[in-house]
Design a protein around this ligand. Structure first.
Ligand code: ARG
Length: 439
């Protein structure tokens, strides 16, 4: 069943028909397609391009098709070229002659552009909702675990932090992800409906009306650009790529932390799996899968960038490739956000282990140098003195705070009894992260 055919002598080969059809994936756009058509028909009636009666019939027909699809009475499947053909042909089946007037002053090119923009905008809201849920979970996890732990650079123990401060780093990454998505929505918020195939239309249509009706800020300024712009899909895919990169880094931390080597956290049974051969195993599959799925999202971005890079204005069928990439990435990002939320809401932090890890690795060495600076030594000299102390401690298998005042004085006579309080881990935290964050 086709919307065209008048100028053809033969019908399409079955092979071509299957190759060309997008219904099996663009069926996800049925709601937006009907919404777009409704706005279009209202506009056609208002502008006297269509009679009031025809307009009413079409609107009612579209509404009932939407109802039938949502109730499952009408299955979005069959021998149709795409979702646009599906809706239009079913409308004609339902209401007859009036249905054939729906596509006046419209092309599938502006139709698909408006449908997809509506869909991307709506789903962006869904992603943001899930980001916010995850942010709340992170905040709660941090509040519950304001415990001391080692911070790292180069994956070597570096300075003392708290689990709360550590995990909140991800909260702020997610805040930026949210802003990026909102910004992309703001940029894309212009309606392409009325661009028609590429050159607008000679009918006296009202693009402001349809733009407003569909919730866009304004209509686009250029018809060729309006039908061939897929920047908004690319932007969303890049925002998703950065978002999932953040989730992947967090996943990597969880994989490390749940290993016996770190043993900082326990991932709940609900988000772990076992081994078919090794009875003792409990594997962090959920985190590994999030880390692994990152590849798909990057892949979608590179795939669509490549599709778009060589196509001339205006619409080209290449652009039909945008949908599966977006759907795949969207589904991936949404499920990863939900699963990460599940992992973190059930995560146990082993605070004895995070504290014990702090005691090994000289995490107060920087503060010990700062102590000497406080007593009048230049930082570079203090750095050297403490470096020598660390070397000595390594040899004796001791921490800096384990050394006696006498031992410390062998390295510098600026040391006195107050050094122990100064380099105490909790005290360094209070003077550092806690105090400076409040400002
Ligand atoms: N399925 C097409 C797409 O996704 C819809 C637009 C088709 N336009 C056309 N002139 N063939 O891009």
């Amino acid at each position: 069943m086709k919307l065209w055919g008048g100028r053809f002598k033969k019908s399409e080969s079955k092979l071509m028909e299957d190759f060309n059809s997008s219904l099996r994936f663009d069926r996800r756009l049925y709601r937006e397609d009907i919404e777009g058509s409704m706005a279009h028909v209202k506009m056609l009636s208002r502008c006297n391009i269509l009679s009031r009666e025809d307009g009413k019939k079409i609107l009612e027909g579209l509404k009932s098709i939407l109802g039938d699809i949502e109730s499952g009475k009408l299955k979005v499947e069959g021998n149709y070229e795409d979702i646009h053909s599906f809706v239009e042909i079913n409308l004609i089946k339902k209401i007859g002659q009036a249905g054939k007037k729906l596509h006046t002053a419209r092309s599938r090119n502006d139709q698909v552009a408006v449908d997809f923009k509506l869909y991307v905008k709506r789903e962006a809201g869904e992603v943001i909702k899930n980001i916010e849920t995850l942010q709340n979970t992170i905040k709660n996890l941090g509040e519950r675990n304001n415990v001391i732990m080692p911070g790292y650079t180069h994956l070597q123990r570096a300075q003392v932090v708290t689990f709360k401060h550590y995990i909140m780093a991800y909260y702020y990454m997610l805040s930026r992800d949210k802003k990026r998505i909102l910004n992309a929505v703001e940029i894309m918020d212009e309606s392409p409906l009325g661009c028609c195939a590429l050159a607008g239309t000679t009918y006296d249509i009202d693009r402001n009306f349809t733009a407003e009706e569909l919730g866009f800020r304004k209509p686009v300024d250029n018809f060729l650009d309006g039908v061939s712009d897929r920047d908004y899909v690319l932007e969303m895919l890049s925002d998703f790529s950065i978002l999932i990169m953040h989730l992947s880094r967090l996943s990597e931390e969880l994989v490390l932390w749940s290993s016996k080597e770190f043993d900082f956290v326990q991932i709940d049974d609900e988000f772990s799996t076992g081994s078919s051969i090794m009875p003792q195993k409990k594997n962090p599959d959920a985190a590994e899968l999030i880390r692994g799925k990152t590849g798909r999202v990057y892949g979608s971005l590179v795939s669509l960038l490549t599709t778009m890079k060589g196509i001339p204005l205006a619409y080209d069928k290449d652009m039909q490739e945008d949908k599966e990439q977006f759907f795949n990435s969207l589904d991936t990002v949404l499920s990863c956000l939900k699963v990460m939320n599940g992992i973190l809401s059930t995560l146990k932090v082993k605070k004895d282990n995070t504290f014990n890890a702090v005691k090994k690795g000289f995490l107060n060495a920087t503060e010990a140098a700062d102590y000497l600076v406080g007593k009048g030594m230049a930082f570079r000299d203090a750095h050297k003195v403490i470096g020598e102390i660390v070397l000595y401690c390594e040899d004796k298998n001791k921490s800096i705070e384990d050394l006696s005042l006498e031992e410390l004085k062998n390295f510098s006579n600026l040391f006195s009894e107050d050094v122990y309080e100064f380099i105490d881990y909790e005290n360094t935290l209070n003077r550092g992260i806690k105090k400076n964050l409040k400002r």
